[in-house]
Write a protein that binds this ligand. Structure first.
Ligand SMILES: Nc1ncnc2c1ncn2[C@@H]1O[C@H](COP(=O)(O)OP(=O)(O)OP(=O)(O)O)[C@@H](O)[C@H]1O
Ligand SMILES: [Mg+2]
Length: 469
């Protein structure tokens, strides 16, 4: 429970909001309390001033009594003194704390005409008090002291306290409810996604995280759904690939077993035996190649496939390769022409790129008629060095072009088997070119020929100076 994200988010929100709310409530409370106290003081002073005004007009016994009668009915007390500070009348019995205020009346000559609050310590004293001096014909006639029991002020503040406590409690409850709803709103989809990924790791690829949310959580849910679909696809592809490999391995093994059986038969002549042994050797070599290629692809998938590039002259490099495969080319009377800027340097792994060109030249001669020509054209653009290998062979049907780089993909399975292809050459080639940050495409037309286009980034992987070769 304490480890749940909803709890953590909720707690964090709660603490922050509580701090902010307490701070705001505190400021509000101080302001309101001060306002209330000021209001009480102001109204007390205003009351004293009213009495004073009446007395200034009629400073006689009946007016004095009238004022006293008025205040004896109210929650306030009034004390009126003469010019010598002697109490003339008071509405209530004068207590000691009242007398303390009144006795200082002599010093209160500095009290302005509009009166003044002379005791405001409502927390400590029993009364708060105001003084309104009476002046008739510019002559000081005495004071009107007004007293209000501080219980009255305290009551007002207590009321405010109670209101604040209730409001505070309601706010806390509302905050908790809001946070609960909010954290569920955030945490619920996360919990769903967690369950979905658990299902994924158990191998169940059907994940339904339908969401209409457009925020980050929605994006995450969509990514997980996409991941599940990708996993499903790659699992299917892997199974298909394994089935194809099994098939590829089974076919030569069937041949080998068949010929071995025939060799064992008593009626097989010596010549036949030799011929069959040669076939067995050929099939074994093919199997070895196939396994080697598969192993290379596996290494590429694992990313344990490293390239060791160095600067080399592309022209010389291409000529060397052609020299190596000359016996095969001569066998089929295929000629390769190279047109390449003479000092074009490329930054490539020689061993890997030899494999690239061997695969492409091998295809070019394998899928061309006797006596045809293959043209290698190297050119450069601002960004790339472009290598075109153009043959005049049978070409690739348009419908097969999108799959030509797929592993074990061959256009005509039966015919290709005769020519020994397993359908791995181009996929290995593509992996190697891409490991060099390059790209490879194939452009082909049935019965016209095929153009393999390799692009390598200039600057990083190529550089050149000099004439053509
Ligand atoms: N230059 C080309 N002309 C015509 N078809 C081609 C050419 N290059 C490739 N193909 C077609 O593409 C398929 C895949 O080529 P890829 O090189 O991957 O496999 P492969 O040549 O059959 O076998 P491998 O190269 O593994 O020995 C070939 O089987 C062939 O049908
Ligand atoms: Mg090939």
């Amino acid at each position: 429970m304490f480890n749940k994200i909803s709890f953590k988010i909720g707690l964090l929100f709660f603490v922050f909001i509580l701090i902010i709310e307490s701070f705001l409530f505190f400021i509000l409370y101080i302001n309101l309390a001060n306002n209330r106290i000021d209001e009480v003081m102001d109204s007390l002073l205003a009351r004293g001033n009213t009495h004073r005004d009446v007395l200034e007009d009629h400073f006689d016994q009946s007016t004095l009594e009238h004022v006293v009668i008025m205040e004896s009915e109210s929650e306030f007390s009034v004390v009126i003194t003469d010019e010598n500070g002697k109490i003339v009348v008071s509405s209530d019995p004068t207590e000691k704390s009242m007398m303390d205020v009144v006795n200082h009346s002599d010093e209160k000559t500095d009290v302005p005409i509009e009166g003044k609050v002379v005791e405001d310590r409502w927390n400590e004293k029993q009364y708060i008090a105001t003084d309104s001096p009476i002046t008739v014909n510019n002559k000081h006639q005495g004071h009107v002291f007004m007293f209000a029991d501080t219980d009255y002020v305290k009551q007002t503040v207590n009321q405010l306290n109670n209101q604040f406590w209730i409001t505070g409690l309601i706010t806390v409850v509302l905050t908790i409810i809001t946070i609960f709803v909010l954290s569920r709103f955030i945490a619920h989809p996360l919990i769903k996604m967690k369950k979905a990924t658990e299902q994924l790791s158990k191998g169940k690829h059907h994940v339904a995280l339908h969401t209409t949310r457009k925020d980050e959580l929605g994006e995450l849910a969509n990514s997980i759904t996409k991941l599940a679909e990708d996993l499903k696809t790659s699992k299917t592809e892997r199974n298909e690939f394994l089935a194809s490999i099994a098939h590829e391995l089974r076919t030569p093994l069937t041949y080998i077993k068949g010929y071995a059986d025939i060799i064992n038969r008593n009626d097989t002549t010596k010549e036949e035996k030799e011929e069959y042994i040669a076939i067995i050797r050929e099939e074994t070599e093919e199997l070895t190649m196939l396994i080697k290629h598969l192993f290379e692809l596996a290494k590429m998938d694992e990313h344990s496939f490293l390239i060791h590039p160095k600067w080399l002259n592309l022209c010389d490099f291409l000529h060397n390769i052609i020299e190596r495969i000359q016996p095969v080319l001569a066998d089929k009377k295929v000629t390769i022409h190279i047109s390449c800027p003479k000092s074009l340097m490329v930054y490539i792994d020689p061993e890997r790129f030899q494999q690239v060109f061997m695969n492409i030249f091998d295809n070019a001669q394998k899928y061309s008629d006797e006596g045809s020509t293959v043209n290698v054209l190297v050119s450069k653009t601002d960004e790339h060095t472009v290598i075109n290998i153009v043959d005049q062979g049978e070409g690739i049907p348009e419908k097969d072009l999108p799959y030509i780089f797929d592993r074990l993909y061959r256009v005509e399975k039966s015919r290709s088997r005769q020519s020994g292809g397993a359908g791995l050459g181009l996929s290995i080639t593509k992996e190697i070119v891409e490991a060099h940050s390059g790209s490879i495409e194939i452009d082909s037309q049935r019965n016209k020929g095929t153009n393999v286009i390799i692009k390598l980034l200039r600057g990083e992987h190529t550089d050149e100076k000099g004439a053509d070769c």
